[in-house]
Design a protein around this ligand. Structure first.
Ligand SMILES: NC(=O)C1=CN([C@@H]2O[C@H](COP(=O)(O)OP(=O)(O)OC[C@H]3O[C@@H](n4cnc5c(N)ncnc54)[C@H](O)[C@@H]3O)[C@@H](O)[C@H]2O)C=CC1
Ligand SMILES: O=C([O-])CC(=O)C(=O)O
Length: 254
């Protein structure tokens, strides 16, 4: 399977490291970024090709790994699917819009392509999907990050947002994709609280789910990526794990 990466930042760099060690289970060959230097830097680590025109990647791969932005999902993913190629989406916020999600689903169906969304920085998506077979009464997410991760400066714990997931991903597009993932798994927008906390260095996500199955609570305290404190290492690892499992006959926990 030949793969390419759209967006050569923190997540892409961890995926590329895995490929450089021969551990990815895919031939990671093409790299595209609006910043060509970033694409060239990652390409050089695996003898890959940095392309200025994203179509030069899409035309030549089986799978595109999107690790760029919600904007890139809107602009490029329809084209990827129309070409019959598969895509892994990290900027999940773009998918909270039901019309857009249905549009992508329709193109994927017509062209026999697949859209994958890894678990990212959060834990509990498997449980919510299972719980949704019955009745769910509550899904809430509290995200706590350092002011640096949230790109602000405060000295005391500050609630930056309280409301539904849709507004959260529009207001904090690079920080709360997890809310979109949870909402899609649930089938409704989840309740979200975002807290800037000067006393934490990790990206923390607490998910509470209650329904006819009972209840669960997951607490994730994620180390951040070296080059982007907004992004958790676990999110990058979840893509690597997904790629490694694509051709496995046994998949646990999906
Ligand atoms: N699903 C999840 O749980 C998580 C999702 N994310 C999301 O994954 C994406 C990647 O995250 P990082 O690697 O940390 O970001 P990053 O900021 O380190 O790297 C993103 C790269 O994509 C490039 N880029 C952005 N828009 C582009 C476009 N339209 N065309 C070409 N290049 C473009 C940027 O120049 C940059 O080099 C972000 O949208 C982030 O919000 C991040 C963490 C968790
Ligand atoms: O990496 C994280 O902890 C969460 C994040 O940035 C996102 O969901 O966009």
């Amino acid at each position: 399977m030949v793969a390419g990466i759209l967006g050569c930042g923190a997540i892409a760099s961890i995926i590329t490291n895995s490929a450089a060690k021969g551990e990815l289970n895919a031939d990671l060959k093409f790299f595209h970024d609006m910043d060509m230097e970033r694409a060239e830097n990652l390409a050089s680590q695996v003898d890959g090709i940095a392309v200025e025109d994203v179509n030069d990647m899409v035309n030549n791969v089986d799978l595109v790994i999107e690790a760029a932005s919600q904007d890139a999902v809107v602009k490029v993913v329809p084209q990827i699917l129309k070409m019959g190629k598969d895509v892994i989406i990290m900027s999940m916020g773009a998918l909270i819009d039901l019309d857009f999600r249905n549009y992508l689903g329709k193109i994927a169906e017509e062209n026999n392509s697949r859209i994958y969304a890894p678990s990212g920085a959060v834990v509990g998506l498997d449980g919510i999907k299972a719980a949704s077979i019955g009745e769910i009464n509550e899904v809430s997410l509290v995200t706590r990050k350092s002011p640096e991760s949230l790109g602000i400066s405060v000295d005391t714990e500050t609630v930056l947002y309280e409301g539904k997931a849709g507004d959260a991903v529009r207001k904090f597009p690079a920080n709360i994709n997890v809310a979109a993932a949870l909402s899609i798994a649930y089938g409704k927008e989840v309740d979200v609280k975002i807290i800037a906390d000067p006393n934490v260095s990790r990206n923390c996500h607490e998910v509470c789910v209650a329904g006819d199955f009972g209840k669960f609570r997951t607490i994730t305290e994620n180390e951040t990526c070296a080059t982007n404190p907004k992004t958790s290492l676990l999110a990058a690892y979840s893509v690597v794990k997904l790629i490694k499992s694509l051709n496995k006959n046994l998949n646990v926990g999906i």
